[in-house]
Design a protein around this ligand. Structure first.
Ligand code: ZN
Length: 682
């Protein structure tokens, strides 16, 4: 591992953050914290913490010794000086003289001594940073070090490898106890460059930001070189090959999770599959079941991944029998999780409330490692950590044996209130955990709909025949939205698009079949081909999309919502719009047929009838000519409805959201036209 320290960048950091009020210590602290944070082999998702001891000026103009230490909620990769809130050092240091300190009292003492009362909570490892009298301190969960720190004889191995450069600290949960122990070990080993915490991670320190950072890189490199010398890739043979494509398997996994959730958790989960080389080598190894039953590489990960992944069998061609296998495996996983909770909670006197028993990582031979979360972000974090776990475990096995922390210590960390607090408990949005697929997503109504679903928390896939338009709409909807090129009149293109969405998020819950286009011409003179092409796009393409949607809904077994953009033309035809109106009338019948035939599957099927919306179907030019032919201005033409207001794409998007949420409505036609008696359903 190479040092990324760069003198010019360091000077730039001093100038940049200095201009915002940070002193040189704080600026360089921020700079090297980011260098650590940008390397996933060192820290992941809010893991690790860093500090510097410096001075701050109080209200009396006096300089106070402070510890600037990482605050919770900040990620090292993107940290700013505000991410290292300043805490008065003297009162923190004095805590070392106490015989005991509860977590609550520790958190309180840390907050009481903040220079800024509005700052985030200082890290749970703050006291360790305070008790060790080094200016800069860096802490990571470096993979290579963890491969050594999780060996049965980790302390002996580390002593042989590092000599007197580091000292080992046996495992103690983070907090006051660990801080005191680490400081005692530090005092007993003068001249060390860092500490290796068994089953946990590594600390380095130094008089300057650069020294502390480069010692971290050095200590990790020693471990990496040692592992590289022991690795024999030939030991690992890939054996499993999935007989079913991931796009078919993921909805089944998602459905089994949903069925097992019962009353313990919401039924829908977002999945994120990783199939890089290390992940595949890991899941395809004959030792997978044994490895998966060992535990996490650092207890910091347990709140994201639980202690164990769910291991499933290789997906076979017959997904129905594979589904039964997965259900059985998940049933055992849930029972084991509950039994473990009962055992450990009894040890603690029954004070904890059990979390949901579902896995957050699935190890699927032939497919890879799958993260499970309430949204794409959470699933991605679980998947990132699972990949890191697999890499570390493979390295540990190459060196000797991966022997991580046991059940009781891991349980204490999973159920530690200070760890659970890191997850945050904000209320979920109404469509969180749902995947919404929108066709014609690049147009005015489609893009507004994608945005509306994303705002409600759904993972959104924007399909459009125009790749660029799909990309623009996806970007405008949400950072995690997926843009997919799709020609809805081509069944192969539709199948490919659904497969991409299932691979990315695990499945689909809501389909907004929106793509359409209007052709004009008096019906008696309309060329056959024009009428047929209108039916191709406004009827048959919806049928293709609906068939694909039902296929995924059935594989998941979680129900679903199938929504069609029909049009007021289906009920209230306009002169010259025969090709459009006839195909949309047929589409309305199609909607009713799907509602009729799939109600028993929990699939709700509804239609929206929008009218007079500014879009590709109703351009500015058309609006001005129609307004002129009726002798009114454009605004009056657009507001020509009972409510006397223009109806917008946003209104249609909101109606799609409501239609997706209405749990007891199917086969309905909802007008979004400001009120038009001639277009009312009767
Ligand atoms: Zn740590």
């Amino acid at each position: 591992m190479n040092s990324l320290w760069d003198d010019a960048e360091a000077r730039g950091a001093i100038a940049l953050w200095g201009a915002k009020g940070a002193n040189e210590d704080e600026a360089l602290r921020t700079y090297t914290a980011r260098l650590l944070g940008c390397n996933p082999r060192l820290v992941l998702h809010g893991g690790g913490n860093t500090s510097v001891k410096t001075t701050a000026r109080d209200l009396f103009g006096e300089d106070v010794e402070v510890l600037c230490v990482k605050g919770s909620g900040w990620d090292l990769a993107t940290i700013e000086p505000a991410g290292h809130p300043a805490v008065r050092l003297a009162p923190l240091s004095r805590l070392r003289t106490l015989a005991a300190l509860t977590d609550e009292a520790m958190v309180n003492a840390q907050r009481q001594n903040l220079m800024d009362s509005a700052a985030p909570n200082p890290s749970v490892e703050t006291l360790l940073h305070a008790f060790i009298p080094e200016k800069f301190i860096d802490h990571t969960h470096a993979e290579a070090v963890l491969a050594l720190a999780n060996q049965p004889d980790a302390a002996g191995l580390i002593a042989r490898l590092y000599g007197g450069r580091v000292a080992c600290v046996h495992y103690v949960m983070p907090g006051f106890g660990l801080a005191r122990l680490a400081a005692d070990v530090y005092d007993a080993n003068p001249g060390i460059e860092g500490l290796i915490l068994i089953h946990h991670g590594v600390f380095s320190f130094g008089a300057t930001a650069r020294e502390s950072y480069e010692r971290m890189i050095d200590l990790v490199t020693v471990a990496e070189d040692f592992i590289a010398g022991r690795k024999s890739p030939a030991k690992i043979q890939r054996s499993a090959v999935s007989l079913a494509p991931a796009a078919d398997v993921m909805p089944v996994l998602r459905g089994v999770l949903g069925a097992a959730a019962g009353s313990e958790a919401p039924p829908r989960w977002i999945l994120d599959r990783r199939s890089d080389e290390a992940a595949l080598r890991f899941v395809d190894d004959a030792r997978l079941a044994d490895w998966a039953a060992r535990g996490v590489v650092t207890p910091d990960h347990v709140i994201r991944t639980k202690r164990f992944p769910l291991v499933v069998s290789v997906p076979a061609g017959d997904l129905a029998s594979w589904r039964a296998d997965v259900e059985a495996a998940l049933g055992r996983y849930v029972a084991d999780y509950k039994a473990c909770f009962e055992r450990q909670n009894a040890r603690l006197g029954g004070i904890k409330r059990r979390l949901d028993p579902l896995p957050r990582v699935i190890a699927a031979p032939g497919l890879g490692l799958v993260g499970v979360g309430c949204n794409a972000g959470e699933a991605g974090i679980a998947a990132d950590i699972a990949q890191s776990w697999a890499r570390t475990l493979l390295d540990a096995e190459a060196v000797g044996r991966f022997a991580p922390l046991g059940e009781a210590d891991t349980f204490d960390m999973e159920y530690w209130s200070l760890e659970q607090a890191k997850l945050g408990k904000s209320a979920e949005r109404r469509l969180e955990r749902h995947v919404a697929l929108i066709t014609g997503g690049g147009g005015a109504i489609g893009a507004a709909t994608a945005r509306a679903f994303a705002q409600e928390g759904a993972q959104v896939a924007v399909l459009d025949v125009d790749t660029e338009a799909a990309g623009v709409a996806a970007k405008a909807a949400d950072g995690a939205a997926l843009a997919v090129q799709c020609d809805v009149t081509d069944p192969a293109s539709v199948a490919t698009a659904f497969a991409r969405v299932c691979e990315r998020f695990g499945g689909v819950d809501i389909v907004v079949s929106n793509a359409g286009s209007a052709t004009t011409g008096m019906i008696a003179h309309l060329p056959d081909a024009t009428l047929r092409s209108s039916f191709d796009l406004n009827f048959f393409a919806h049928q293709t999309v609906a068939q694909a949607a039902i296929g995924v809904f059935k594989a998941q077994g979680l129900g679903g919502a199938l929504l069609f953009n029909v049009s007021k033309q289906a009920l209230n035809p306009g002169v010259n719009f025969g090709a459009y109106g006839a195909s949309k009338a047929a589409l309305m019948a199609l909607m009713r047929q799907y509602a009729l035939e799939h109600g028993a599957d929990g699939v709700r099927v509804n239609a929206l009838n929008p009218d007079r919306i500014r879009s590709g179907l109703l351009t500015g030019e058309m609006i001005s000519s129609r307004a002129a032919s009726r002798g009114v201005d454009e605004a009056a033409y657009m507001a020509g409805n009972l409510l006397r207001r223009e109806v917008t794409a946003r209104d249609v998007a909101q109606a799609f959201v409501f239609a997706a949420l209405m749990s007891s409505t199917t086969g309905a036609v909802i007008t979004v036209d400001g009120g038009n008696v001639a277009a009312m359903v009767r």
